[in-house]
Design a protein around this ligand. Structure first.
Ligand code: B12
Length: 225
């Protein structure tokens, strides 16, 4: 669907069914429902948020002891396939020159990468160059690569509360290495909020990749303009 068209509202029952199929780990049926809704013209990014809600519910079930780790693995697989399908429909900006360069990775101790990869795809679709360091990245590696590659932003993903110490350390080390840079370090992942970022001290935090992409575009304009 193009940006100029108004968004078609997803019928509540259809949206609830998608979330329910994902949260009950019905891989084939959830992907069938997702594709059906997308082919009916419902918004790509909105559908992505419902997929995330489905896997979030699996996480809650895991926390309550209703699900085992195998459910997280299954939820991750459904999320991966859903994101892969939806990402191929993200509107792509074609420009001769890269808009900016982002150094990206998931913090040491954390191997969650689906959110990071969604951010990466969205950035690339919006004309950014992305250097992806992968998962379980030590703070020192972010520093070394930031000094070597001189990116416009250093973006770090963290989903695990017990990795927040590593995240804060990475932010502090990158800032020390590049003290002049403004709006350099952005962090993201569902375990973050304003209070937590008071401790982590990143320039910005996000739980929504689309908002982070918009921030990078705006911040680059004011940095370069
Ligand atoms: C799938 C999943 C897994 C999969 C991951 C597969 C993969 N390749 O990533 C596997 C099975 C490996 C896994 C393992 C574990 N997991 Co897990 N996992 C999940 C689950 C169900 C979904 C995560 C996900 O992919 N969501 C969908 C993506 C798209 O959402 P997202 O990551 O939030 O990303 C969005 C935004 O946050 C943002 N974003 C993300 N990163 C970044 C970075 C930047 C820079 C920016 C700007 C934005 C941004 O953009 C994305 C799109 O908008 C969550 C539940 C949940 N509530 O999220 C638990 C969850 C994250 N896992 C949890 C746990 C505890 C674990 C384990 C410790 C379990 C265990 N006992 O072994 C291990 C840890 C392994 C490790 N060392 O990392 C907990 C974490 C609790 C906490 N706060 O610490 C959660 C919340 C489940 C729960 N409720 O208990 N997990």
């Amino acid at each position: 669907m193009s940006d100029s068209q108004p968004k078609k509202e997803i019928p509540p029952a259809e949206k609830a069914l998608l979330i329910e199929l994902i949260s009950s780990l019905q891989e084939k049926d959830s992907l069938r429902q997702l594709k059906k809704l997308h082919q009916e013209g419902y918004d790509t990014e909105e559908l992505l948020t419902y997929c995330m809600e489905g896997v979030r519910r699996v996480g809650v079930g895991f926390e309550k002891g209703e699900y085992y780790i195998s459910a997280l693995i299954m939820a991750g697989e459904i999320m991966r396939q859903s994101a892969e399908y939806l990402n191929s429909f993200l509107p792509t900006v074609r420009s001769a020159k890269e808009l900016g360069h982002i150094l990206l990775g998931t913090i040491k101790g954390d191997i969650h990468d689906l959110g990071k990869n969604i951010l990466k795809d969205m950035l690339i679709c919006n004309g950014f160059k992305v250097t992806d360091l992968g998962v379980d990245v030590p703070p020192q590696t972010f520093v070394e690569k930031a000094l070597e590659l001189e990116p416009d932003f250093v973006a770090i993903s963290c989903l695990l509360t017990n990795c927040l110490g590593n995240l804060a350390e990475a932010v502090e080390m990158v800032r020390k290495a590049k003290p002049q840079a403004k709006d350099l370090i952005i962090v993201g992942g569902n375990c973050l909020d304003e209070l937590i970022n008071d401790h982590v001290k990143a320039d910005r935090w996000f739980t929504d990749a689309a908002l982070a992409v918009q921030f990078c575009k705006d911040a680059l304009e004011s940095k370069k303009g």
